[in-house]
Design a protein around this ligand. Structure first.
Ligand code: GLA
Length: 392
């Protein structure tokens, strides 16, 4: 039996069964299509995707599954079992011209995808279930968006280029929930491969699969259970500050900035926060490249060192950490067998990611359970496949 603080994936088959049963009970017929999309944990490269930097996420074995069928009306009826219990929403198809963001807030992730879908969406019924922890910084929203889109592909017989899809979801998230995210989450949730991390160049939108083969090592995610909420003002502000720094340097993004150029901004007495954000971005982009190389050659000591450095600048320069994440990283650092730890994702709560020797996992968990001031949940990030249609 896992400890009660361990999150265990229900698995694709169980989620599919659950969603199908709810669909039959609600709509009195069977679903005709189904799709799944994972969450993600970013190993390194945070708050740089919107600066056209490099990121290195992996997809999780935790999934969102959506089942559905066309309903011969001009309405989309969606039942969500996400987060705290059953919720329902009904909204018009895009052809009505009436599809707009609004209440309930959770449905905006689904509506944004429906509104931006390139094929002709007819009325449909759908049920969404997931075993991904919500608000844990593990891309539950991208997972819902991508699973919904993949279901629509199955219902309409449409196929889209994967990179175009990621851009389209990013646009949907900007327009409907109003979150000005970068492209990392939707991209990896679609393109990830089992046993690999995905090195993404957020400027060219090309990617490289980086094998993760060391069986003696675990990528452990520790959910601080401080709920992170990125639609507030902090994330858009960080993004705007990075854009400001790029403008001051005369670049379209911070991708081409260097330490020297950032030092120039400091000397010119530019806004202190803008300079700090730029310094994080420049260092984090370099670290992410270095981390991918170290992973390839199995230099986990170096990967771990880069994790700690990344946490430091996310805390001190980007200022997106919180005391709970800092404490988790500090405790992990004292455990023998831990290579490195850092906050992951957007921050302001959410999760830490730890690279740890298999043999040290139990000790790490018990130290966290006895010393961490909050209530942690652990999940093992076995690198998994991206979104897919499911047989039903
Ligand atoms: C959120 C956003 C991503 C990325 C991360 C931080 O998850 O959705 O685009 O900016 O924060 O790396």
């Amino acid at each position: 039996m896992p400890a009660p603080t361990d999150a265990v994936s229900a698995g694709e088959a169980a989620l599919l069964r659950k969603a199908s049963d709810i669909f039959v009970a609600t709509f009195k017929r069977s679903p005709t299509a189904a799709a799944a999309a994972p969450g993600r944990v970013n190993l390194i490269g945070d708050h740089v995707d919107y600066c056209e930097g490099f990121v290195l996420p992996v997809a999780l074995p935790f999934l969102t599954v959506v089942v559905g069928a066309n309903n011969d009306t001009s309405s989309c009826r969606v039942v969500s079992m996400l987060d705290s219990g059953r919720k329902e929403a009904t909204f018009p198809t895009p052809s009505s011209g009436q599809l707009k963001p609004g209440e309930p807030a959770w449905a905006n992730y689904v509506k944004g995808v429906v509104a931006n879908f390139p094929g002709a969406v007819k009325g449909f019924d759908a049920v969404i279930v997931s075993d991904l922890p919500m608000g844990a910084g593990l891309s539950s929203s991208a997972s819902v968006e991508v699973a919904t889109y993949t279901l629509l592909e199955a219902l309409t017989g449409t196929n889209t280029d994967p990179v175009k899809k990621a851009q389209l979801w990013q646009k949907a998230e900007h327009e409907f929930p109003g979150m000005p995210c970068g492209i990392m989450d939707q991209y990896v949730v679609t393109m990830a491969k089992k046993d690999h991390a995905l090195f993404i160049d957020c400027r060219s939108l090309e990617n490289t699969q980086v094998p993760i083969t060391n069986g003696d090592t675990v990528i452990l995610v520790i959910n601080s259970n401080v709920k992170h909420q990125l639609t507030g003002s902090e994330y858009p502000q960080r993004r705007a500050q990075c854009q400001k720094a790029a403008e001051l340097l005369g670049f379209p993004s911070l991708r081409n900035a260097t330490r020297e150029l950032v030092e120039d901004l400091r000397r010119k007495k530019c806004d202190v926060d803008v300079v700090k954000r730029a310094q994080h971005v420049v260092e984090e982009i370099r670290r992410t490249e270095e981390c991918a190389k170290s992973l390839r050659v199995g230099d986990l000591e170096h990967v771990g060192k880069l994790f700690y450095e990344s946490h430091e600048t996310l805390r001190n320069l980007m200022e997106v950490s919180c005391p709970e994440l800092d404490q988790l990283v500090a405790i992990a650092k004292t455990v023998q067998g831990v290579y490195g730890a850092r906050m992951t994702g957007g921050g302001f709560g959410g999760s830490a990611v730890v690279l740890v020797k298999n043999a040290a996992v139990e000790q790490l968990k018990s130290r966290i359970l006895s010393e961490y001031k909050g209530k942690p949940t652990f999940l093992v990030a076995v690198p998994s496949d991206g979104a897919r249609k499911l047989n039903i």
